[in-house]
Design a protein around this ligand. Structure first.
Ligand SMILES: Cc1cc2nc3c(=O)[nH]c(=O)nc-3n(C[C@H](O)[C@H](O)[C@H](O)COP(=O)(O)O)c2cc1C
Length: 324
């Protein structure tokens, strides 16, 4: 069974079926470019509020920007009413997105209070209206990202996958954990398999993939693709590592020194994209992932918090590298 292959989502064919998950505060343009270099077949942008776009929020508008270096890219929108979802989908298409994704899986209270994210799993009629509105408003493929369940009592993955298919979505991503579990716990592969069996559109499995073994489980359960979130933060080459493992090649092991080098490159990209202040702030948030397991991790993190210029961060990371 061939596990890695070019995956077709509507009119878009990806070079492979490994996808970077949307992660707010993380999967911005510089990180998406890095993950494409690391072998991802598709990269997803952090979720953008349709409501904020409607009111011309500049920060949200900027989140839709697509660099020519980052295709294929999927732009994720979230919202609670058809009109703003349609507008947001059109804006994302105009901005250069290859795919639009609708978020119906986010368990964050603030999002849910506004009627968006995983609460849509409880109101299938509304979810269908929003998804249909998005599908009808753009020429590019629209996908849905949701979960296998809200709680441990009832699995909804197969029904929601069918709903997505019936509304014209070109693929569905299922996070294989219940919304009550937020982002932790073992993914439920059986629930993914049930959803895969229920539809013809590609089902992309997500949740807890940090190596080729778990990716293989998802693909053998019937998933057409695998989406990776935190496993790619601090290791954007995980996609290529998985492809190499399936092809029988030893994944290029990346030394801690190399990881710091890649991280420094990302910090530099962030600074040139956002300016020094915001670029360093954003980089700091993921530092823990990059230096996880390093003997001097706590010291480096502690120092990083106090630094506010690129030359100082560069000096810290180069010094940390020497101490390894
Ligand atoms: C910091 C963070 C931010 C996230 N932001 C989003 C988001 O904007 N949209 C979304 O659909 N999911 C979001 N997620 C969920 C991820 O896309 C993914 O479903 C989840 O992390 C499980 O995958 P993983 O176990 O591979 O990390 C986020 C997760 C994390 C940890």
């Amino acid at each position: 069974m061939k596990l890695i292959y070019p995956l077709t989502i509507g009119s878009v064919t990806l070079p492979n079926n490994l996808v970077l998950a949307p992660m707010a505060g993380i999967t911005d343009s510089p990180f998406r470019v890095l993950c494409l270099q690391g072998g991802a077949g598709l990269v997803c942008a952090e979720m953008v509020s349709a409501h904020a776009l409607h009111y011309g929020n500049a920060k949200s508008g900027r989140m839709l920007q697509v660099s020519p270096k980052e295709h294929p890219v999927s732009m994720q929108i979230f919202g609670a009413d058809e009109q703003t979802i349609q507008e947001a989908a059109r804006q994302a298409e105009l901005a250069g997105a290859d795919i639009i994704d609708l978020n119906a899986g986010c368990p964050v209270k603030k999002i849910n209070k506004a009627g968006a994210g995983c609460v849509l799993m409880k109101d299938e009629a509304k979810l269908a209206r929003l998804l249909t509105a998005a599908v009808k408003s753009v020429k590019i493929p629209v996908t849905l990202k949701t979960r296998i369940a809200l709680n441990h009592k009832e699995f909804l993955g197969a029904r929601l996958a069918k709903l997505a298919e019936d509304c014209g979505a070109a693929a569905v991503t299922l996070h294989a954990r219940a919304a009550v579990d937020m982002h932790s716990g073992k993914p439920n592969v059986e629930a993914l398999a049930a959803a895969c069996a229920a539809v013809k559109i590609p089902v992309i499995g997500n949740g807890g993939v940090t190596d080729a073994g778990r990716a293989q489980e998802f693909l053998e359960a019937g998933c057409a693709g695998v989406m990776i979130g935190r496993g790619a933060v601090g290791n954007p080459f995980i996609f290529q590592d998985i492809i190499d493992t399936f092809d029988g090649r030893t994944p290029q092991s990346r030394s801690p020194q190399k990881r710091l080098e890649i991280y420094l490159r990302l910090v530099e990209e962030n600074v040139s994209y956002y300016g020094e202040h915001i670029g360093i702030n954003r980089s700091r948030k993921t530092a823990g992932y990059w230096i996880n397991g390093f003997p001097n991790a706590a010291t480096v993190r502690g120092e990083f918090v106090r630094l506010d210029t690129l030359p100082k961060v560069r000096a810290l990371l180069l010094q940390a590298q020497k101490m390894l």
